[in-house]
Design a protein around this ligand. Structure first.
Ligand code: 5GP
Length: 191
């Protein structure tokens, strides 16, 4: 998506460890108009999937997920992060290792907020090694709902998340695909 690529070119900075910092429009300060446009693009890409609910994980997935929910007119639920969890009877849970923070978190969704027969669209800010999406897939599987798609704002195509997801056969879409962050330069995948 050209609008997003332009934004990344203008505002993104590359940090050590092949991390792209985009905290002035996505990960800290949020650009609502851009998020709304991203939501519209996800709606277009997943319009034939019969989506009934959007699932994301706090905190950076929430902005694009809410705007996608607004565009698609479906509810949005975000998995919450905890260091540890004791009372889990009413929760679906999974463990996620964070690439950027290098810690494991338990994530959970209250059973009231994923319903039988839901067709879920998973949305997240980044796809890197696929741990966050994997955790959300585990939650969907525990809830016995169908995952009809995975939409990520930025995919780091040189990491293994995309390949991992393609093996599952799920419909995956990324609005910006990054081929490399070598030499502190952002290079996009050529379509
Ligand atoms: P994964 O679980 O796919 O390895 O990584 C996805 C999560 O890690 C995202 O939800 C995002 O918060 C974070 N992440 C991974 N790579 C980057 C990056 O290059 N920049 C930023 N800002 N976050 C990243």
């Amino acid at each position: 998506m050209k609008l997003l690529e332009d934004m990344i070119r203008k505002n993104g900075t590359v940090l050590p460890g092949e991390v792209l910092k985009v905290d002035n429009f996505l990960n800290h300060q949020v650009d609502p108009k851009l998020m709304y446009e991203l939501g519209g693009e996800f709606k277009r890409l997943f319009k034939d999937e019969g989506i009934t609910r959007i699932l994301t994980v706090e905190s950076s997935g929430i902005a694009p997920a809410v705007m996608t929910g607004l565009q698609m007119d479906v509810p949005v639920v975000f998995a919450r992060k905890h260091k540890s969890l004791t009372l889990i009877d009413n929760l679906y849970t999974a463990t996620v290792y964070s690439y950027t923070k290098q810690v494991s978190n338990k994530i959970s969704v209250d059973k009231r907020f994923i319903l039988p027969n839901d067709r879920v669209l998973i949305i997240d800010d980044f796809l890197a090694n696929g741990q966050a999406v994997q955790g959300l897939l585990e939650i969907a599987s525990a809830a016995k709902v169908e995952v009809a798609g995975v939409g990520v704002v930025i995919e780091k195509s040189f990491q293994k998340g995309r390949k991992m997801l393609e093996k599952t056969g799920i419909h995956v879409e990324a609005l910006a695909r990054i081929a490399s962050l070598a030499n502190n330069e952002v290079t996009f995948v050529q379509d």
